[in-house]
Design a protein around this ligand. Structure first.
Ligand SMILES: Cc1cc2nc3c(=O)[nH]c(=O)nc-3n(C[C@H](O)[C@H](O)[C@H](O)COP(=O)(O)OP(=O)(O)OC[C@H]3O[C@@H](n4cnc5c(N)ncnc54)[C@H](O)[C@@H]3O)c2cc1C
Length: 427
């Protein structure tokens, strides 16, 4: 049996300067940045909360935003949101960093565990206050291209299949799903066996009461527990690309069964799972094949077209700059990406995709999109000095200071043992 996908001619429901597909931290940063520039902006989110893996996916940690020597590297919206999350939710910012960058040398790192649901509500507030339109429970399905430019996005929601027009598209689906469906070249990855839930136990309750601090009330409880390097991934468990419904379902089913098996080994009166991830905890399924791919060999390298400096979350001192080219493709004039969907290879991608850099690349993508619209240029071809100036005004460190670079410039650590597959966009 054959069937036609769209049986009706769709007319544009509403036109926006910018459509942002995907309301994870990167998408929210992009949407807020566009709306604050006076651009009409639509943020499309397929779930019912903002924050993506950080909230719905229960990955509630801003990894370190400093160089491990008391110098802050990641500022901008990442710093603002980490501090805002600490104000009304869990606050685990070390005392050395409580009031900003410490005046004295410290190896204590600036990180923040946040309350996933509370932070998600704060992100909703950010978007609403920015003036962007925000739609929940809507799937950004396919981009529509005319003459090589993206002119709109087809969506699927309670209202059926609809079309929104745009001057610029930002794909922050985390999986580069919209661009991939539009035939833009992407790179697929693979995922290890990781699945984390939040559990309350009698011990955690006691600890919280004892300390008078509710943040001790839950702890992580794992199905698969393989780290980002893939250490000890069992031979009989697949590495999922996460790009088919069968793979996603297989990953979820295996983890649910493993969790049940572990739960059966404990006394039901002593523990309860309070929340389970609402989206697959895949680190990567797909990212853009951009004009540049960030690699671990780019450690301490300055780029003329850097849009932000970022630090490694594992290794002290390690610093990178992210070129605009990791977010763009020269052959797609009005499309840009950010967050997990940005281009990096191996461990280079791992330092790029965690929450603080995802927020900053989202902020950079939003500002680049606005500048492209204002100047009538392709987003890959905006005046880079102007963009960098705008980002610096918005508290983003664009280039790391050379005096933060240690004498020993070698890479410490190991690369990720994950395969990237250049698929040319044909899935
Ligand atoms: C197991 C694991 C552990 C991690 N640990 C940490 C950690 O400790 N600290 C840290 O900083 N980072 C960690 N990370 C990485 C981090 O969580 C993510 O890389 C980061 O949150 C990515 O943000 P994002 O906005 O790019 O994408 P996502 O968070 O994936 O957001 C994408 C959003 O787009 C929406 N979406 C997707 N497709 C569509 C569509 N077609 N239409 C509409 N909406 C759509 C999704 O619902 C989601 O809200 C971890 C990741 C994993 C998987």
């Amino acid at each position: 049996m054959n069937t036609v996908r769209y049986e009706k001619i769709l007319s544009i429901k509403k036109h926006y300067n910018v459509i942002v597909a995907g309301g994870g931290v990167a998408g929210v940063a992009a949407a807020v940045s566009c709306a604050k520039n006076g651009m009409s902006t639509l943020l499309l989110e397929k779930s019912n909360i903002l924050g993506g893996l950080g909230t719905l996916g229960l990955i509630n940690l801003f990894v370190p935003m400093c160089n491990g020597r008391g110098k802050q590297i990641i500022f901008g919206l990442a710093d603002k949101w980490a501090r805002a999350s600490a104000e009304i939710g869990m606050n685990t910012i070390p005392k050395e960093w409580k009031d900003g960058e410490p005046s004295e040398y410290t190896e204590k790192r600036y990180r923040q565990h946040f309350s996933p649901a509370i932070f998600a509500y704060q992100l909703t507030e950010e978007v609403v206050h920015s003036g962007a339109d925000l739609l929940f429970d809507v799937l950004a399905l396919d981009p529509v291209f005319e003459g090589g430019r993206c002119v709109g996005v087809v969506t699927e929601s309670k209202g059926g299949t609809e079309l929104y027009g745009c001057d610029m598209l930002i794909d922050t689906t985390g999986d580069c799903d919209v661009l991939r469906r539009g035939g833009i070249p992407t790179v697929a990855g693979e995922n290890f066996f990781t699945f984390v839930t939040k559990m309350v136990t009698l011990e955690t309750c006691e600890k919280a009461l004892e300390k008078g601090d509710v943040r001790h009330i839950y702890k992580n409880f794992f199905g698969g527990s393989i780290n980002l390097f893939g250490d000890n991934q069992p031979d009989d468990i697949p590495r999922w690309s996460g790009l088919t419904v069968d793979e996603v379902s297989d990953y979820i089913k295996r983890n649910h069964l493993l969790l049940l098996q572990k739960l059966r080994e404990s006394d039901p009166k002593t523990r309860e799972i309070v929340t389970s991830p609402g989206m697959p905890q895949f680190r990567t399924t797909c990212h853009i094949k951009g004009d540049y791919s960030l690699r671990k060999e780019d450690l301490y390298r300055h780029f003329d077209d850097s849009v932000c400096a970022i630090n490694d979350f594992e290794f002290r001192d390690h610093l990178y700059e992210v070129p605009l080219r990791c977010l763009t493709r020269r052959d797609t004039p009005n499309v840009i990406t950010a967050g997990r969907s940005a281009d990096g290879t191996g461990y280079g991608w791992d330092v790029l995709r965690v929450i603080p850099p995802a927020i900053i690349t989202g902020q950079a993508a939003g500002e680049a999109a606005c500048l492209a619209i204002r100047s009538g240029r392709d987003v890959a071809d905006v005046d880079i000095k102007t963009l960098q100036g705008i980002l610096e005004k918005n508290n983003v460190m664009v280039h790391f200071p050379e005096d933060y670079v240690p004498e020993d410039r070698s890479f410490h650590g190991k690369d990720t043992n994950r395969r990237d597959v250049d698929d040319g966009g044909h899935f």
